[in-house]
Design a protein around this ligand. Structure first.
Ligand code: 5AD
Length: 362
């Protein structure tokens, strides 16, 4: 398993081989893995990068995840919820820019008011973004946490067709170490299964560089994505937030976490082949060209910020989150430059669905 060519031709990887990929440190070896992942991406998905405009519409959260800057116990966070009009307006702007899809993300709530609000927002975005260029309106991804199957069904009927729910870690011991006891791995897996059965394109992912995390854990995460038949992956480095219980635990330094995150993207591309993989904002928090490096390592999705600047400072999942002061307009120009700089094109006015998902239903 040394040449890029060998890696590209490989259909199946064993756990040992994945561990070996993730353990690479030598520059030449890293470059070979990266090139192989890029090749597989171009062969299976093409060179287009798809945009998902990100609207973080509320930071009110019932969960108390030990790593998260908007966890329920963070008393000094100003809690907000955008009005329906503001969400729809951002989504319309997104459609006008040719972004094609939007992600509605928020803290987790399960009360009826919240569920019907999300349902209403999805329906309103669908209704108002149909045009000649987008005959079915914007593609809508939801990222609003663990919900009952009935709630997921309501979201799907309203018009959302993709759902992101990170597993954070597929290892039971590590999952328990970073979450309060009420949150369980089994419950998250139940959610991922429900979402797939309902017909969503399902995304998951993990944080990379968590306290106590090993390359074996990460290799098992990739096998988990494979075995769960996941369509989309969003993952990035873990970035400590000083106000959280995990914030002061020892972790690998930024360079190591960045390298690990890029290797995870590349290895996931090599193993899963035709899924969508996001170059996440967290990558850029650790490295000024983090997202470009993500694209070069096999990612094909980027999530431009659409959250109104006034509330963005209240959605700090981690410290040094980039682009906090940049308006959506500034973000647009910045990203187009970044994508062009790595020789890729932007898939304007397309949903850019996961080819993996298309393969399942076809
Ligand atoms: N560092 C990196 N990513 C984080 N997330 C939450 N807190 C952090 C952190 N400190 C990620 C989680 C969650 C997503 C919305 O943000 O993976 O699923």
């Amino acid at each position: 398993m040394t040449t890029a060519h060998d890696l590209v031709g490989k259909i199946a990887f064993t756990r040992e081989e994945i561990i070996q990929l993730l353990s690479a440190q030598d520059e030449n070896e890293l470059e070979r893995i990266r090139q192989a992942a890029e090749r597989i991406l171009l062969d299976t998905c093409g060179d287009e990068v798809y945009y998902r405009g990100l609207i973080e519409f509320s930071n009110i959260c019932r969960c108390d995840c030990l790593y998260c800057g908007i966890r329920k116990s963070m008393k000094d966070v100003d809690r907000y919820e955008l009005a329906l009009d503001a969400i729809v307006e951002s989504a319309q702007w997104c459609a006008e820019q040719g972004y094609g899809s939007v992600v509605l993300q928020s803290g987790e709530r399960t009360d009826e008011r919240f569920i019907s609000f999300v349902q209403e927002a999805v329906a309103a975005i669908k209704q108002t973004t149909v045009s000649e260029t987008l005959p079915h309106g914007l593609g809508i991804t939801l990222c609003v946490g663990e919900q009952t199957r009935q709630s997921y069904e309501r979201f799907f009927s309203a018009g959302a067709h993709r759902y992101l729910l990170r597993i954070e870690s597929s290892n039971p011991a590590l999952f328990s170490r970073i979450h309060p006891p009420q949150q369980t791995l089994d419950s998250r897996i139940r959610c991922l299964r429900d979402l797939a059965e309902i017909g969503f394109q399902v995304g998951t992912g993990v944080m990379i560089g968590l306290p106590g995390q090993t390359v074996e854990h990460l290799a098992d995460d990739i096998l988990f994505f494979r075995d769960m038949d996941i369509d989309m992956i969003g993952m990035g480095p873990y970035i400590p937030h000083a106000g959280t219980p995990l914030g002061n635990e020892p972790i690998p330094d930024e360079e190591v976490r960045t390298r690990q995150a890029l290797l995870m993207i590349a290895a996931t591309r090599l193993v899963l082949k035709n899924v969508n993989i996001a170059a996440t904002t967290a990558l850029q928090a650790l490295h000024p060209q983090g997202r470009e490096e993500g694209l070069r390592s096999g990612a094909n999705v980027i999530m431009p910020q659409l959250t109104p600047v006034e509330v963005r400072k209240n959605y700090l999942l981690y410290e040094n989150k980039p682009c906090v002061d940049e308006s959506a307009v500034q973000c647009r120009g910045c990203l187009a430059g970044r994508i062009g700089s790595v020789g890729r094109t932007i898939g304007y006015n397309k949903w850019g669905d996961s080819r993996h998902f298309a393969g399942k239903s076809g």
